[in-house]
Design a protein around this ligand. Structure first.
Ligand code: SF4
Length: 287
C-alpha cells in the first residue's frame, strides 16, 4: 500500500506507521529501511516507527510487566492449553493508537472530539476479506484499499516483484509461536544466529515469563514456542508426526497452518480468530 501510494496508484497518505515489537527478524528491519529510503522518502511520505518496549527483553525481565504471548502450555497433568495473546494489543495496537492521537492533536488522556478521525488503511487482500474489520475507536476509520481494488495476495506479489521488491519478508516477531514449521525451518536454515536466539528464548520461557515467576505467579506446567510442546531445537519442524497427523483428522486448514503458520503474521487490525483453537488461559502469566 505504501508503494501504491508513493506511485500515485492510490492517493498519497500522510504517514505510514510501523509498530515495532523490538524482535522482528533482521530481514524485516533491512526491508523497512529500504522501503523508507527508496519508496517513502522520494514520495514525501514519513515512515513513523512506534514501539512500546521489546517483547523479547520484557518477557525475560522480572521487573517488567509483560503482556503475554500465545505460548503453548503443557500442564503437569498432561493437559494442553495456550496462553492468551495480549502481545499484539500491547506492542502494536497501543503504540499505533498513541501515535494517531498525537497526530490528531489529542494525546491521551485528552478526549478526541466527535467527528475528528484518521482514515487508516489496512493491507488485507481479497483472499482474506473476512479479516477486514472496523477499528474499535471512533477516531480511526479503517479502509481496506487492496480489497477495494480487488487485489489478491498474488496480485500484490506480482506488483512488488515489478518494483524489485519480490523479497518482501513477512513481518512478525522472530519467535512468534504462530510460526508454522516452514518459518521455523527458514530461520534455522538461513540464519544460525537468529535460530540460536529463538532456541534460547524458548528455553528461557519454559517456566513462564520472568515477571510472573518473580511475583509468585509461577507456571506449574511448561511453556513452549512450538505447537508440539517440545523444546524448539528438538521440535518436529521437518515433518508432521504421527500424533500430529492423527490430531489433524483431515483438517486441511489446520495442516496448512501447521506448515505455514498464520498467513498474515500478526496484523494489528486483523487478529487471528480464536475459533477452533485449544482452550486458552493466561495460566497466571499475564502479570
Ligand atoms: S508476532 Fe506473535 S509474538 Fe509478536 S506480537 Fe504478534 S502474536 Fe505476539
Amino acid at each position: 500500500m505504501l508503494a501504491l501510494s508513493a506511485e500515485g496508484l492510490l492517493p498519497k497518505v500522510d504517514y505510514a506507521i510501523f509498530a515495532d515489537t523490538g524482535w522482528e527478524p533482521a530481514a524485516v528491519y533491512r526491508h523497512l529501511d529500504r522501503l523508507e529510503e527508496e519508496v517513502a522518502k522520494p514520495a514525501g511520505i514519513p515512515v513513523l516507527r512506534v514501539r512500546a518496549g521489546n517483547i523479547r527483553a520484557d518477557a525475560l525481565n522480572p521487573d517488567h510487566r509483560f503482556a503475554s504471548m500465545p505460548l503453548y502450555i503443557l500442564n503437569q497433568d498432561g493437559k494442553q492449553g495456550m496462553t492468551r495473546r495480549q502481545c499484539t494489543g500491547e506492542y502494536k495496537i497501543k503504540p499505533i493508537k498513541k501515535k494517531v492521537r498525537e497526530l490528531l492533536g489529542y494525546p491521551h488522556p485528552q478526549r478526541v472530539p466527535k467527528n475528528v478521525f484518521v482514515e487508516q488503511w489496512v493491507g488485507i487482500s481479497t483472499d482474506e476479506f473476512h479479516r477486514a474489520k472496523d477499528a474499535d475507536v471512533k477516531y480511526m476509520r479503517n479502509r481496506h484499499p487492496l480489497i477495494e481494488m480487488g487485489w489478491s495476495r498474488s496480485d500484490c506479489v506480482r506488483h512488488l516483484t515489478s518494483l524489485g521488491l519480490a523479497d518482501t519478508p513477512k513481518s512478525s516477531c522472530l519467535g512468534c509461536p504462530f510460526h508454522g514449521n516452514a518459518q521455523w525451518r527458514h530461520i534455522r536454515d538461513t540464519s544460525p544466529e537468529e535460530w540460536r536466539d529463538v532456541v534460547e528464548f524458548d528455553a528461557a520461557i519454559r517456566k513462564g515469563n520472568a515477571r510472573a515467576n518473580a511475583t509468585g505467579n509461577r507456571l506449574l506446567g511448561q511453556a513452549f514456542l512450538h505447537r508440539s510442546r517440545v523444546p524448539l531445537d528438538r521440535a518436529p519442524i521437518d515433518h508432521v508426526t504421527t500424533a500430529e497427523r492423527a490430531a489433524l483428522r483431515g483438517d486441511a486448514a489446520e495442516a496448512e497452518e501447521m506448515e505455514h503458520g498464520v498467513l498474515d503474521g500478526c496484523s494489528p487490525w486483523a487478529c487471528r480468530g480464536e475459533a477452533g483453537k485449544p482452550k486458552r488461559d493466561d495460566f497466571g502469566l499475564a502479570s
